[in-house]
Design a protein around this ligand. Structure first.
Ligand SMILES: Cc1ncc(COP(=O)(O)O)c(C=O)c1O
Length: 435
């Protein structure tokens, strides 16, 4: 990080007096202090010291069209002028649901929520009600939010995670209920034999299997072609609800997300992020009978003061049509492939064992001998090389996540000039990573 960020430093001194770590999500904490931002446009942020930063985080993958996209901003401004906020329904919610289902034709019905954590929690309640069973199975390295049962084995220390073929559930941090954590069955991602054995043994007690079809919170680790099909086959055979968490894959890998891309349709799926270009909204979608079970008096509760918030819906209504025909996804795929190729060439040139994985505008660097097929391999990414690499990108005024297990994103606003700047920065950063 540049050293002369004196305004950010001063803001941090104030911030930490009123807020732990001076930030409202721990992912934004930085040593010696976070960078505070004043405005955003396209692919760039301007920090409180007036420095322009090329954004490679893009709202943790949410801002798919670029910051301040005119169509989205205008729709939001019109909504604000009407004065509606939350706690009532309006026609825009119907338009948003229709636009959503046009993008994701494999889903029968959709309901909105605010955050991914909420949407996945709703999915679990629906699954328990439908099956009459209690337990949840999830794959190792897949993140679904921070509740007691979801924040399990998302980013475990491999030394604590046990047998890679039958991982033990590791809490994401202290404060989670250990009984709830212990109840989660953790499946080895991309290991068909290990997963089959665990699912067959525990099928009678499982309500749901949930996973990110591509582990994007762990960087970018796609399911092998057979893995999702195996999960579909086994969950169908045993009456378990299959939930795809498409909060990162959704709308980016294809309009219909990973389900469309891989040709495997889950029973329920959760969405968020890209669908409103950075405004807070999430969605639960799925098979009609499961979704209708959330209607009043029929099954699990589905409530929330801010559900269907006017501002977020206005953003979604403007964003979703731009994600519907697949052209944005092809463009993002092309740009990501270019970065993958240039990174590979630059890493070879620098003599650094490293790989850039990615698609749909999502990407992540791993300092390992390539390719990465599961969380345990990703967790071997060399932390010291990663530290030098990200420090160099920060010195080149790029916003990045420092952790070796993290993910980065492009938007439609990352055009030729930005891609060239990223490649140039990669060249220097890889040289530094080798040193
Ligand atoms: C795949 C996935 N699921 C769930 C969540 C949780 O969403 P939220 O942060 O909106 O609660 C995230 C957030 O990063 C995510 O990436």
């Amino acid at each position: 990080m540049p050293t002369e960020l004196s305004t950010s430093r001063a803001i941090f001194d104030r911030a930490r007096r009123v807020t732990p770590a001076g930030v409202h999500s721990n992912a934004r904490a930085r040593d010696p202090h976070p960078r505070y931002f004043a405005r955003a446009e396209g692919a760039y942020l301007w920090d409180a010291d007036g420095r322009r930063v090329l954004d490679l985080v893009m709202g943790n993958g949410a801002v798919v069209l670029g910051h301040g996209h005119p169509a989205v901003t205008e729709s939001v401004q019109r909504a604000v002028a009407r004065g509606l906020t939350c706690g009532v329904e309006w026609e825009r919610a119907v338009e948003a649901a229709e636009a959503f289902l046009r993008c994701v034709p494999g889903m029968d019905l959709v309901r909105f929520a605010n955050t991914g954590t909420e949407a996945v929690t709703h999915a679990l309640h629906v699954a328990r009600h439908a099956t009459g069973r209690r337990r949840l199975a999830k794959v190792e390295g897949s993140y679904h939010g921070w509740t007691d049962e979801l924040y399990v084995s998302a980013f475990p220390d491999p030394d604590e995670a046990g047998d890679p073929k039958a991982p033990r559930p590791v809490p994401g941090g202290p404060g989670l209920d250990p009984r709830v954590v212990a109840d989660v069955l953790v499946l080895p991602f991309n290991d068909e034999e290990g997963t089959r054995a665990l699912l067959e043994a525990h099928a009678h007690e499982l309500a749901a299997v949930v996973l990110e079809p591509v582990l994007i919170d762990a960087g970018f680790i796609p399911a092998t072609p057979g893995y999702l099909r195996l999960l579909r086959e086994l969950t169908r055979k045993h009456g378990i609800v299959l939930i795809f968490d498409e909060i990162l894959t959704g709308f980016r890998l294809a309009p219909g997300g990973a389900a469309e891309r891989y040709g495997v349709t889950p029973d329920l799926a959760t969405y968020g992020k890209a669908m409103a270009n950075g405004y807070p909204i999430a969605a639960l979608a799925g098979r009609e009978e499961l979704m209708r079970s959330t209607e009043p008096g029929r099954g699990p509760a589905y409530v929330g003061t801010f559900n269907g918030h006017a501002v977020s819906l206005a953003a979604a209504v403007a964003t979703l049509p731009l994600l519907a025909d697949g052209s944005l996804q092809s463009e993002l795929a092309r740009r990501t492939a270019r970065l993958r190729r240039s990174f590979a060439a630059l890493a070879r040139e620098a003599g650094v064992p490293a790989v850039l994985a990615g698609d749909g505008g999502h990407f992540q660097w791993y300092f390992v001998e390539g390719p990465v097929a599961d969380y345990r391999q990703a967790a071997r990414s060399d932390p010291e090389r990663c530290r030098r690499f990200t420090a160099s990108l920060e010195a080149a005024d790029m916003l990045v996540a420092r952790n070796p297990i993290a993910h980065h994103a492009l938007s439609l606003a990352h055009g030729e000039a930005e891609l060239a700047a990223i490649e140039e920065a990669f060249r220097e950063a890889l040289r530094r990573a080798r040193a």
